[in-house]
Design a protein around this ligand. Sequence first.
Ligand SMILES: NC(=O)c1ccc[n+]([C@@H]2O[C@H](COP(=O)([O-])OP(=O)(O)OC[C@H]3O[C@@H](n4cnc5c(N)ncnc54)[C@H](O)[C@@H]3O)[C@@H](O)[C@H]2O)c1
Ligand SMILES: [Zn+2]
Length: 376
Amino acid sequence: MRTILVTGGAGYIGSHLVDALVARAYRVTVLDNLEPQVHRSGAWPSYANPRAAYVRGDVRDRSVLEPLVLAADAVVHFAAAVSVGQSMYQIDRYVDVNTRGTALLLDILVNAKHRVQKVLVASSIGVYGEGAYRCEAHGVVAPPIRPEAQLAARDWEQRCPVCRAGVVSIATPEDKPLYRDNIYSMTKYHQEEMVLLIGKTYGIPAVAPRFFNVYGPRQSLSNPYAGVAAIWLSRLLNGRQPVVFEDGGQLRDFVSIHDAVDCLVLMLEKSGADFLPVNVGSGETVTILEIARLLNRLLGTDIEPLVTQTGRRFDIRHNTADISRAVATLGFRPKVSLEKGFAELIEWARTTPDVAVDFFDRALDELSEKGLLVRS
Ligand SMILES: NC(=O)c1ccc[n+]([C@@H]2O[C@H](COP(=O)([O-])OP(=O)(O)OC[C@H]3O[C@@H](n4cnc5c(N)ncnc54)[C@H](O)[C@@H]3O)[C@@H](O)[C@H]2O)c1
Ligand SMILES: [Zn+2]
C-alpha cells in the first residue's frame, strides 16, 4: 500500500492524518473543495503539508473523484458537512454531500477497475444518540433521547427505558443500539453502513472510525459548530463567558488529535478492525464543566462559565467511549493527557492569527430562530 487518497484532507482531522502518512513515506493525494464555512480564505490552509498532492474539487463530482480513486491503494473518506445543528435546517446539503458523496465513492469502487485495499470512512459518536447506561434492575440499557417536556422541566438525567428508575452512565461499546437524533448523524450512519456493506460484499477491507470529541490544533475555533472545547476557548480568548447548556454535568470523551491519528494509521496498516465500526476516544470521561474549568486554569483566566440551565432539543446527556475494540484489535493506546492536549490547543490558538473570532452568538441566534433551543 503506497498511495493514499484523503478526501477532506485540507480539514482538521484529515490534515493531521496527511502529516502522519507523509512522515511514514506514503504518497498522499488530498481531494478537498475548500468548503467556505471551514476555509474562509478560499485558499489551501497554511498548514497543508507540501509533500502531499492537492486537488481542489467536490467529492460529488465523478469526473474528479474517479481518477483519484483509481490511482489509490487506500481511500480515507473524510470530506463531509459536519455540523449537527446546521444539519437540521440544511437537510438537502447534508444528505447530498455526506450520503450521496459516499454513494458515489462506492459506485466507483464497485464498477471501475481499481486496486483499493482499504477504505476508512469517518463516522461519529452521533450514531449512538444517547450513550449506554446501567439500571440496577435491568442491567445495561440504551434509553432514547430525553423528551422535550423533560428538558423543559430541567430534569437532566436519563431514566431506564423499562422501569423509569435513575440510571448511571457507562462507557459505550460499538454494539450499543444506535439512535440518530439529527440529520448529520443519520448521514454518518448511512455512510458507515454503506461502506461496511459494500466492503463486505466485494471483499474491500473497510473500517468506520467513530470519532468522539477530537480536539487539537487546526480545529476551527471560529466555526460555531465545531465542538464545545473550541467554542469555549474562542469565547475565553475574547474575554467572554463560555456558555454551558443544562447544568454542565454532561459526560464526554475528549480525545487528542494525535491519539486519533495514531488510531487511524493502525486502521490503515492493520487488518484487526476490518469491516467494523471502531470507537476512537481516549477512554477517559470528563464533564463539560470540568473542561471549562481546565481551559480557565490553563489560560490563567477566571471567567465563570454561564450555565444556562436550558436544554437543546437534539442534545444527549452522556456519551463516553468504550475503546476496548480499538485496543484489542489494533493495539491502540492513547497517550496524550487532557492537561497536555489542551495546553497544546491553547498554545496553537494563541499563536495563530485570526483563529478565535467569536461567531458563537450568531450561531445561537440561528438555532433559536429555527426553534431548536428548548426554553423552560
Ligand atoms: N472533529 C470531530 O471531533 C469529529 C467527530 C465526529 C466525526 N467527525 C468526522 O470526521 C471527518 C473530518 O472532520 P473534521 O473535524 O476534520 O472536519 P473539517 O470540516 O475540518 O474537514 C472536512 C473537510 O472536508 C471538506 N469538504 C466538505 N465538503 C466537501 C465536498 N463536497 N467535497 C470535497 N471536500 C469537502 C472541507 O473543505 C474540509 O476541509 C468528517 O467526516 C466528520 O464528520 C469529526
Ligand atoms: Zn430499569
